[in-house]
Ligand binder design. Structure first.
Ligand SMILES: Cc1cc2nc3c(=O)[nH]c(=O)nc-3n(C[C@H](O)[C@H](O)[C@H](O)COP(=O)(O)OP(=O)(O)OC[C@H]3O[C@@H](n4cnc5c(N)ncnc54)[C@H](O)[C@@H]3O)c2cc1C
Length: 321
């Protein structure tokens, strides 16, 4: 006799994932949970592990392409894991717990400890309020801290810090065994738009820090960066930002534009006229339309320039190709 699996409270079934992604596409999740603290996350995660159910984590969903067939497994959305605290090494008070002072403990630094569901916009606000440099690379970055870490999100401009790698001191990972392991900056292997060697598990928390020296013009810089994004990117349409990584020494957007692909569309998926590395949902796009546009763009750029474009967006769920 097959025993019936008991689904714990807090886990829903057959949940539409469209509204959890910035492209507004994708099918349903077999199982779905949005835990409100790390203990609840752990219980849900261990239930899936014990029942051999595949687990997919979603932050803001601003860098994922979810199949129209959905996700056979449990989708865990981290947006309610949103507690954070901050600490200034020049003051004796502030932080709840075990701050590990980075920078050799010599210079004054500003520290933030945060759960992974904290929005990048909230981090931006905090850095901005304290007139600190990380505000600039965070300006206009959608999604949450966890997705930012996994994707090593950032900007291509020559600024410092320019991506998550430059501000992370440590991350904490919930392992499939249920233990939480802290990985320090020196143990992490970062690359362009990717953190490599943290798995398996779910990143649950991180400490960030930066030197305390203030930048009095940071607000102006952030405003300008936001204006440039508005000018250059189709922010009024659902997208996942840049679809392809920039090949070394080249700009993916320029290659796609020069190959004559601006405006190229299949169904509701279109290469943006404003920024050729964005594929927008013009209304009613399916994930398979977006995937076809991605493949056609790759093929055309390969034919024209003999350059292999690599996707930055992460493909999730059940795909037949
Ligand atoms: C308009 C727009 C502009 C953008 N501009 C930029 C830009 O300038 N620079 C840039 O780098 N990106 C940019 N992006 C892409 C995207 O916003 C970033 O990659 C962002 O950091 C993704 O964060 P997220 O929370 O949405 O992650 P998600 O898309 O939810 O997840 C990304 C990946 O991380 C995994 N993941 C998420 N959280 C966890 C966790 N806690 N533990 C384990 N795995 C996890 C997911 O499974 C997935 O594989 C842009 C996107 C849009 C829509």
């Amino acid at each position: 006799m097959v025993s019936q699996m008991v689904i714990p409270e807090g886990i829903q079934t057959q949940v539409d994932l469209k509204n959890y992604t910035s492209w507004l596409v994708g099918g349903k999740a077999d199982y779905f949970a949005e835990p409100s603290d790390i203990d609840e996350l752990k219980d849900i995660y261990l239930w899936a592990i014990n029942n051999k159910i595949q687990v997919v984590v979603l932050g803001g969903g601003s860098n994922v392409l979810i199949s129209d067939q959905g996700i056979k497994g449990l989708v865990i959305v981290t947006s309610k894991l949103n507690k954070f605290s901050f600490f200034d090494s020049s003051s004796a008070h502030g932080f709840s717990e075990d701050v590990e002072l980075s920078g050799g403990g010599q210079e004054e630094r500003f520290y933030i400890q945060a759960e992974v569901g904290v929005k990048k916009a909230a981090l931006l606000k905090l850095f901005l309020k304290n007139q600190l440099a990380p505000a600039l690379f965070l300006a206009g970055l959608p999604g949450e801290l966890g997705g930012g870490i996994i994707m090593n999100a950032g900007v291509s401009e020559s600024i410092y810090p320019k991506e998550f790698e430059h501000i992370i001191d440590w991350i904490e990972v919930l392992r499939p065994s249920g233990s939480i392991e802290r990985l320090n900056q020196g143990q992490l292997e970062w690359s362009y738009r990717h953190l490599n060697n943290w798995a398996p598990g779910i990143v649950v928390k991180a400490q960030m820090s930066c030197p305390r020296g203030v930048d009095v013009s940071i607000l102006e810089k952030v405003k300008l960066a936001n204006q440039l994004r508005l000018l250059r990117q189709p922010l009024d349409r659902p997208s996942c930002g840049s679809v392809f990584k920039n090949p070394t020494g080249l700009k993916a957007a320029q290659l796609i534009d020069n190959a004559g692909l601006k405006g190229y569309s299949i169904g509701g998926a279109q290469v943006s006229d404003k920024h050729a590395n964005f594929i927008i949902n013009t209304g009613g796009a399916l994930a398979k339309d977006i995937w076809k546009v991605i493949n056609d763009v790759k093929q055309k750029v390969k034919q024209t320039y003999n350059v292999e474009l690599e996707t930055e967006v992460v493909k999730l769920g059940e795909w037949s190709d």
